[in-house]
Design a protein around this ligand. Structure first.
Ligand SMILES: *Cc1c(COP(=O)(O)O)cnc(C)c1O
Length: 359
């Protein structure tokens, strides 16, 4: 299965972008008028000189929410993950990471290509869980044949699945006992926190660094944050500069992020409710298989038993509904630009499509 093949573009299928219902990702959310207004009135300065008050306010807010001493604003979570890993590791070091995780699979192996950091991939199950004993077994001895194991990389949520916090804490504890640091890729950590009904800081208390994304379900146009100790963030600031992520009047973007952290976290519960409802209704269609156990936040995955995904995609596209090009399991992501009624309209379209199919 190659998830990168056949990703439809909005232009290819859709004739009226205004009424678009886009399930491809929660990255497609457009900044609201209130968010744009916040950006327009934000005080600005040169953030490479550390003189942008809005960036500073965002970093302080994020550090507080994540229970860390400091945070640093990045253009993307790919870069905050990379700078995070580089802040923990030297060339020739190794990270242990779930084989399905974003840093391992979806960031062009930047930690290895740009950082000289080796990746030891640990098997993950369908819910994104790694086995703690597999992690222990992968920690290398102090032996010249081996890379130096330095860091364990966790992720939460993984494909919409909320990770068991006791297990993550146990992994972190074991890593620390072996003198390894722990980085958490929490691109959608706030979805996990909302699903669990706990503060995000409860999910980050023992890890050494955490990266969160502002441009997914939180609805900002761009941006991510890395949080950790003052020392780690100082190192990460150097890496950010080296990687080309030092932005100047970045308060324009940071204001959107600040607005997102202040206004858009709790409402993620609405996305989760719509995703659950959508999943239940799609699961009732005979030709579809939906793994309801994995619908824990804002994502669902379905497979068509009739195997006619391309026609389905084109049919939906003609009705201004976009789904991603993955197969055999198609991911649908719910976000703030998908209303309950748009989700209901989508279910009707699925029903119409499959009622015409001969299985
Ligand atoms: C999207 C994502 C990232 C990268 O975010 P960008 O801001 O698109 O670079 C990293 N990790 C996970 C788990 C993600 O889902």
């Amino acid at each position: 299965m190659n998830q990168y093949v056949g990703m439809p573009s909005a232009r290819e299928f859709v004739h009226s972008p205004s009424g678009l219902v886009d399930f491809r990702s929660d990255t497609v959310t457009l900044p609201s008028d209130a968010m744009k207004q916040a950006a327009m009135v934000s005080p600005l300065g040169d953030d490479v000189y550390e003189e942008d008050p809005t960036v500073k306010a965002l970093e302080e807010k994020a550090a507080a929410l994540l229970g860390k001493a400091a945070a640093l604003f990045f253009p993307t979570a790919t870069q905050s993950n990379l700078a995070g890993v580089l802040s923990h590791c030297q060339r020739g070091d190794e990270i242990l990471i779930g084989d399905q995780y974003h840093i391992c699979r979806d960031e062009a192996r930047g930690v290895s290509v740009l950082g000289g950091v080796a990746i030891e991939a640990i098997a993950t199950d369908l819910n994104g869980r790694m086995d703690i004993d597999n992690i222990s077994a992968a920690i290398k001895p102090d032996d010249p044949h081996c890379a130096i194991t330095r860091l364990v990389c966790l992720e939460n949520t993984v494909s919409g699945c909320v990770q068991d916090q006791r297990e993550l804490d146990a992994i972190t504890d074991r890593a620390h006992r072996a003198n390894l640091a722990v980085h958490l890729d929490g691109a959608r950590l706030f979805n996990a926190a909302v699903a669990l009904g706990c503060p995000a800081s409860q999910l980050t208390s023992v890890v050494d660094s955490v990266s969160v994304c502002l441009s997914k379900g939180l609805g900002a146009p761009a941006g991510a944050l890395l949080a950790g100790s003052v020392g780690l963030i100082k190192t990460a600031r150097r890496h950010r500069k080296m990687l080309g992520g030092g932005m100047r009047q970045a308060g324009l973007l940071a204001a959107c992020g600040l607005y997102a952290l202040e206004n858009n976290i709790d409402r993620l519960a609405e996305d989760h409710a719509v995703a659950k409802q959508l999943a239940n209704e799609l699961a009732a269609i005979d030709s579809l298989e939906v793994d309801l156990d994995r619908v824990q936040t804002n994502m669902l995955f379905f497979r068509s038993r009739a195997g006619n995904l391309q026609q389905l995609r084109e049919f939906l596209g003609r009705h201004d509904v976009l789904i991603s090009g993955q197969s055999p399991f198609v991911r649908m992501v719910v976000h703030m630009d998908i209303s309950e009624s748009a989700a209901a309209r989508t279910v009707d379209l699925f029903k119409r499509f499959f009622s015409k199919q001969v299985n």
